[in-house]
Design a protein around this ligand. Structure first.
Ligand SMILES: Cc1cc2nc3c(=O)[nH]c(=O)nc-3n(C[C@H](O)[C@H](O)[C@H](O)COP(=O)(O)OP(=O)(O)OC[C@H]3O[C@@H](n4cnc5c(N)ncnc54)[C@H](O)[C@@H]3O)c2cc1C
Length: 385
């Protein structure tokens, strides 16, 4: 280990958290590199709907009241990043929508009325997107101050800034000594390797607990629905009478096609269903929300993925990023894409408490291959039905 080159910090995992952390550590002068085993964002990040929540969705779920507080302010912060008023600059990233809509039928109206706050406003019917105006199931539409990001473009913007610091390799084992950590690497085609770092930050999503001994995480399984041939751009939550987001829909582009990507209760409750059953349910749900004219040409596929969070008592959703320090290793879960800036700021504070940056530029993994940006789930579908 003493002969292997030593980084200040090695970041394991190139999702939104790892890329953000890399940026903040480099900006603070730490000699840092990131390794990604597949492609950047290949876990949850590229599968995210990209909504920069400001807390409204959680304010309507009784159990989510605490989550609401940690995300408040994120929409404004992300807008500052896109405008280059804050760092890291996301000027090269794109948003899919400036705001997200909340749609209720008659039964959820009381809840909706409570949600009209400084950060949201009720839309007059003439301002509704045409696809909603023609829909049978909407009686109130509220515009939420929550941008929807094109996640691939965010990952690309972060990665482009630090391309020389990002390499494709899997961390397969960490060995902690008194002064450093030895990391055993496996590259493409099984290439073996070794790198040393004074600290290791593991932001590897599902791969975090398997790598960082003692790290505790929880998984929230989802079965998402994708529909191609979508007739219009739409980014909306539909709220049930019990105040649950029964359907969360975002729109994404694929070549010349438009994809509706559906989560919310549909995806949470669909976990136990066969894809064909879930597609049937999704058809009904979309038809109820938007009517047959908007939904008849849709073709469907489903996608299973787990949301991974740091373990919280009773398995409840953590109210912010979770960081677990394990000696010279820090395990990090942002909990939400929107909270990556908070996760990175907390990680930087922890690193500063442990070490000071050393002088001099090095790039110890220079001869390892670069990592590409992952493809979104809809680009990987083999059969639409
Ligand atoms: C369907 C879905 C929709 C979502 N929608 C939203 C939303 O609209 N808004 C929001 O704020 N949040 C949303 N989220 C949550 C958000 O996506 C996650 O909180 C966030 O992307 C987690 O990022 P991460 O970097 O921690 O993990 P990941 O994105 O999972 O990245 C981890 C990376 O580590 C790599 N890796 C794993 N093990 C190793 C190893 N041993 N060596 C090297 N690399 C390794 C993986 O290949 C992967 O690229 C959604 C999540 C899901 C699943």
């Amino acid at each position: 280990m003493s002969e292997t080159p030593l980084l200040d910090v090695l970041v394991v995992g190139g999702g939104i958290a790892g890329l953000w952390i890399l940026d903040r550590l480099l900006a603070a002068g730490f000699d840092t590199a990131l390794i990604e085993r597949r492609a950047l964002g290949a876990g949850q990040s590229i599968a995210a709907q990209g909504i920069i929540h400001g807390g409204t969705k959680y304010a309507i779920e009784a159990s989510g009241a605490r989550t609401a507080s940690s995300v408040t302010g994120m929409p404004r912060h992300w807008r500052d990043l896109m405008a280059g008023r804050a760092e890291p600059s996301l000027a090269a990233a794109t948003q899919s929508a400036e705001r997200h809509l909340l749609v209720t039928g008659g039964i959820g109206m009381e809840i909706a009325a409570r949600l009209v706050t400084a950060n949201s406003r009720r839309l007059a019917q003439r301002d509704w997107p045409p696809v909603l105006a023609a829909a049978p199931g909407s009686s109130r539409v509220i515009a939420l101050d929550e941008p929807v990001m094109n996640v691939g473009s965010v990952l690309a913007a972060l990665a482009a800034t630090h391309a020389t610091r990002i390499r494709r390799a899997e961390a397969v084992a960490l060995e902690q000594t008194k002064e450093a950590i030895g990391v055993t690497l496996r590259g493409p085609r099984g290439r073996p390797g070794q790198v040393g770092a004074r600290l290791v930050v593991v932001a590897a999503g599902a791969g975090t607990a398997p790598l960082a001994t003692g790290a505790r995480q929880q998984a929230r399984p989802l079965h998402m629905v994708m529909a191609r041939n979508a007739p219009a751009d739409l980014h909306a939550h539909w709220i049930s009478g019990r105040g649950r987001p029964r359907l969360t829909l975002t729109t994404h582009s694929m070549d010349f096609d438009r994809i509706w990507y559906c989560g919310g209760d549909l995806a949470e409750r669909g976990v136990g269903l066969h894809p064909d059953q879930l597609i049937l349910r999704a058809r009904e749900e979309l038809e109820r929300a938007l009517g047959p004219a908007a939904t008849s040409a849709l073709r469907f596929a489903t996608y299973r993925i787990d949301r991974i969070e740091g373990a919280a008592r009773g398995g409840r959703r953590p109210d912010g990023p979770v960081l677990q320090a394990l000696g010279r290793t820090l395990a990090v879960w942002p909990t939400k894409l929107a909270l990556a800036p908070v996760a990175a700021a907390k990680t930087l504070s922890w690193v500063r408490e442990q070490i000071a940056p050393r002088q001099g530029e090095r790039m110890v993994l220079a001869d390892w291959p670069r990592a590409d940006i992952a493809s979104p789930p809809w680009a990987e579908v083999e059969r639409w039905s």
